[in-house]
Design a protein around this ligand. Structure first.
Ligand code: FAD
Ligand code: NAG
Ligand code: NAG
Ligand code: NAG
Length: 345
């Protein structure tokens, strides 16, 4: 990470939203010397499905098809810096294995040269259904640690937090009298930004406890790897060592809005996870174990929007990759705020 330069023009900046995007923007803006106020309806600790950030895995695997590769890489550099400097931030390094069934080779895997110890998996060793597989040394972050860690760091930096449901961004301007506003409201952008391209993609996962009493004898090695399958289904196992368990998932359901867990999905998710991991979680008994998680990814037709319009900077539409992108987006927002370097997007 390049050392952060102080802003040439410190201003008062109001951020709508305290999800991972709003908080990381606040982190970099405050570090640059701006005065920051965050106004939001939901804050870390709030267990409502009105917002996405508490419900993520969160895997920090680059994505082959989402674009904005520079933002992904700069974000990962920042997480690496957090891992080395603040172990309590919830960032962990581990081996990530990715499988696909919608592509024959690794041509689309643009991040291959950027990931440490990238290794292709020989076809004979692929799990059933996969046509491509590889692994590398990567990162994950536990939102349960990361969001409170960010929040307390921001409070120490004198960032002000206001609990308020905003009817519009104009209301944010009136409430804070800030010089510049940031739209980081996730799905709320639908209302605040009159942006009909924003939509929810439902996710459902299972948190499974695993420690010395529960789980297999080889559980130590399970915690050192995250596994992901993409293509005709979206399946993953992400360790959460500090919570002594795993996030097993998942689904992507664009037109479904129930915040209740669909019980029929539980055995289906477990079957897919076990195929993917060659039975690593066959010890899980869903009758007695597993806590269901439902969340809504804030997606946008056309993808991520990071753009300045006069005194408003938009930062929403990250869908299922908000943690991966967060610091890359925050760096871009900082650039747009300080008007340095010109727009890169
Ligand atoms: C099951 C699941 C698994 C996921 N796994 C991963 C993963 O492994 N890796 C990854 O990178 N991402 C993952 N994600 C995606 C990630 O969670 C989201 O991309 C990210 O949390 C979006 O952050 P955000 O800050 O844009 O929005 P949110 O977290 O939704 O935050 C929005 C903020 O805006 C506020 N707000 C909205 N409207 C208003 C209003 N009118 N007035 C005031 N405040 C308002 C809210 O209160 C909240 O503070 C997953 C998501 C789900 C659901
Ligand atoms: C690189 O990855 C392979 C495959 O997982 C592993 O066997 C090897 O030990 C790793 N090497 C290093 C230097 O980490
Ligand atoms: C925010 O305000 C609402 C409604 O007044 C309240 O229920 C909630 O507990 C408050 N949250 C925080 C973090 O103070
Ligand atoms: C009310 C308001 O100022 N919201 C802004 C957030 O983003 C949208 C989308 O471009 C703008 O139209 C709004 O002005």
């Amino acid at each position: 990470m390049s050392p952060s330069q102080p802003s040439p023009h410190p201003q008062h900046i109001a951020i709508a939203g305290a999800g991972v995007i709003g908080l990381t923007c606040a982190y970099l803006l405050s570090e640059a010397g701006h005065r920051v106020t965050i106004v939001a309806r939901n804050f870390p600790g709030d267990k409502s499905t009105e917002w996405a950030s508490p419900w993520a895995g969160a895997l920090l695997a680059p994505h082959p098809d989402s674009g904005f590769s520079e933002l992904q890489l700069s974000s990962l550099k920042f997480y690496q810096h957090l891992l080395e400097t603040y172990p309590e931030s919830g960032v962990k390094s581990l081996r990530i294995t990715e499988y696909y069934d919608d592509r024959p080779n690794d041509k689309s895997i643009w991040y291959k040269p950027h990931m440490q110890n990238f290794t292709l998996i020989p076809p004979a060793s692929l799990p059933r259904g996969a046509t491509l597989g590889f692994s590398y040394d990567g990162l994950i972050v536990n939102p349960t640690d990361f969001l409170p860690w960010l929040t307390s760091g921001l409070k120490n930096q004198n960032v002000q937090f206001i609990n308020h449901t905003l009817p519009s961004l104009a209301a944010l301007r009136t409430l804070t009298r800030a010089d510049l506003l940031i739209n980081a409201t996730g799905l709320g952008a639908k209302m605040l930004a009159h942006d009909n391209s924003v939509y929810a993609v439902r996710g459902q996962t299972i948190f499974v406890k695993c420690d010395k009493q529960i789980g297999p004898r080889e559980s130590e090695s399970l915690f050192n790897q995250a596994t992901l399958h993409q293509g005709s289904h979206y399946t993953y196992a992400i360790p959460r060592p500090s919570s002594a368990g795993f996030i097993l998932g998942g689904v992507s359901q664009p037109a479904q809005f129930s915040s209740q867990p669909d019980v029929a999905l539980r055995p289906q998710i477990m079957d897919r996870v076990n195929t993917l991991t060659k039975g690593a979680f066959d010890w899980v008994d869903l009758e007695t174990q597993g806590e269901d998680i439902v969340g809504f990814r804030p997606a946008r037709k056309g993808g991520l929007r990071v753009q300045r319009e006069r005194d408003v900077v938009h930062a929403y539409g990250v869908g299922g990759l908000g943690y991966l992108f967060a610091f890359g987006i925050a760096e871009e927002v900082r650039r747009l705020v300080d008007g340095v370097g010109g727009p890169r997007l």
